[in-house]
Design a protein around this ligand. Structure first.
Ligand SMILES: *[C@@H]1O[C@H](CO)[C@@H](O)[C@H](O)[C@H]1NC(C)=O
Ligand SMILES: *[C@@H]1O[C@H](CO)[C@@H](O)[C@H](O)[C@H]1NC(C)=O
Ligand SMILES: *[C@@H]1O[C@H](CO)[C@@H](O)[C@H](O)[C@H]1NC(C)=O
Ligand SMILES: *[C@@H]1O[C@H](CO)[C@@H](O)[C@H](O)[C@H]1NC(C)=O
Length: 433
């Protein structure tokens, strides 16, 4: 039995000067035993006998009430400790040493009248060339009324064969106010990484915040009744999607209107787990869907290439629709300011028409096109009566829609059966919203 072992020692020295606190956190040791990632794979697939990780750490420490401190855990602004090991699953930290932006022990001043203890979050990743793969993340709260403590935490990970282990010691110059929880107790599993995590404990569709493996927190709509799908693109109103390539790299929009998760975030998610994609299209209150059991977005050096398998569903396999021997499956992402399709010139790609970016291969689909006012469509057809410019939301060259969304789920969580009636109700709720 291989044991992943993560061990830390924190020393906190806390002094109260009215509402001013001074804290030293001393990292002592970190180790990841036999070297497994959160997804259950070894860090290095070729080191069968002794898998080893190149460990990178990020940390944030904030006051529980106000998020003052270093980094802001809720927005994912972590302090970067850099790559702390190379081909080694553990590190012994030394004092008076810099690890990236972290001086060990790290002095933190908190000025906060409502101070109620500390929250420490740490993300451990394995660095593989330009990829950062999640090893584990920790959330730890210290709420106590004593001056020191020394605890350890064993952490069972979703898919890894063995638990992680974290140990922490702290000293305070004065009491840390009691916050109501057990001193030094762990606060449970890491924050949800997608809507499938949320589906395990919630039964309600709607907006939630998910925290990706790189620490980025983003607001998304969760389709919980469908089995825990994370909506990564939603065209639910006429929000303008005519944006630049760099805007498409990041999150834009809002969950109460329309939004785009961002190409970087899609890459982060789909490289940490195998995901499946489902596309929902609306024409008025009627709907069609298409499912791809495998969905991956490449990184920036690949211009966020789209890779799917063959689709199934009533909406037709638009992503594998061939035109002039070209398909969107395997295409790079393109926008008006950055056209990455050498074989199909922008001028011939009528589904672009100056509107949203897409993985333009065949130029037969664009779910980021312009959304027109419903009065522009002939009743029940979603054919534009007089397209002012551009063909609107396009799928499979001619299946036009006035609402669309893309959603993903871990492939191992793909529901084997979805009650068609329940699904229709759920889709109707989106299509007529
Ligand atoms: C790996 O790290 C541990 C703990 O810091 C150290 O004892 C060991 O010598 C390191 N091994 C290598 C090969 O660097
Ligand atoms: C915490 O535990 C470690 C290891 O058992 C020990 O070396 C250290 O002195 C302890 N610290 C405190 C503050 O109790
Ligand atoms: C989809 O199916 C067709 C026909 O069976 C096959 O030629 C093609 O390679 C498949 N594409 C993918 C991406 O699996
Ligand atoms: C899209 O945005 C660009 C840059 O702002 C602008 O030049 C262009 O006219 C817009 N296209 C349409 C169809 O609105």
């Amino acid at each position: 039995m291989k044991t992943t072992f993560i061990s830390f020692l924190f020393c906190l020295i806390l002094r109260t000067v009215v509402s001013d606190f001074f804290v030293n956190i001393d990292l002592v040791q970190f180790s990841n035993g036999a070297g497994f990632l959160a997804n259950g794979f070894p860090c290095d697939p070729f080191s069968f006998a002794n898998q080893q990780c190149n460990i990178k750490l990020k940390i944030c420490v904030e006051s529980i009430n106000s998020a003052s401190g270093i980094g802001t855990c809720s927005t994912g602004a972590y302090l970067d400790l850099g790559q702390v090991t190379t081909s080694n699953n553990s590190i012994a930290f030394t004092t008076n040493t810099w690890y990236g932006a972290w001086l060990n022990p790290y002095p933190i001043r908190l000025s906060d009248a409502t101070f109620e203890g500390l929250q420490v979050k740490l993300i451990a990743q394995h660095v593989a060339l330009t990829d950062y793969l999640l090893i584990d993340q920790f959330v730890w709260q210290i709420r106590d009324n004593s001056k020191s403590g020394n605890s350890s935490l064993s952490h069972t990970r979703d898919d890894a064969p063995d638990p992680t282990f974290l140990s922490l010691a702290w000293n305070a110059g004065s009491d840390i106010p009691a916050g109501g929880t057990t001193p030094g107790s762990p606060t449970g599993p890491p924050p949800p990484g997608d809507c499938y995590d949320i589906y395990q404990t919630s039964a309600t569709d709607g907006p939630y915040t998910i925290t990706l493996s790189d620490g980025t927190s983003v607001p998304v709509i969760c389709d919980i009744t469908g089995g825990g799908w994370t909506v990564i693109q939603s065209r639910a109103d006429t929000t303008d999607f005519n944006k630049t390539f760099s805007e498409y790299e990041n999150y834009f929009g809002t969950t109460s209107t329309s939004y785009w998760l961002g190409l970087k975030n899609m890459n982060t998610m789909t490289k940490s787990k195998q995901y499946s994609l489902k596309i929902d299209l609306c024409c008025g209150s009627s709907s069609k869907s298409e499912t791809y059991t495998s969905f991956t977005i490449g990184d920036s050096s690949m211009k966020y290439t789209l890779t799917v398998n063959n689709g199934t569903g009533a909406a037709q396999d638009g992503l594998n629709k061939v035109a002039y021997s070209l398909i969107d499956n395997g295409a790079k992402f393109s926008t008006g300011d950055q056209w990455n399709n050498a074989l199909f010139p922008i001028a011939g790609c009528t589904v672009y028409s100056g509107f949203g970016g897409w993985w333009f291969g065949s130029c037969q689909n664009n779910l980021n096109g312009k959304v027109y006012d419903p009065s522009a469509y002939a009743a029940n057809t979603c054919q534009l009566t007089a397209p002012p410019n551009g063909p609107g939301l396009t799928w499979d060259s001619d299946a036009l829609s006035n609402k669309a969304r893309m959603k993903i789920i871990p492939t191992n969580g793909l529901p084997s059966f979805v009650d068609p009636e329940l699904e229709q109700q759920q889709l109707a709720a989106f299509c007529s919203s």
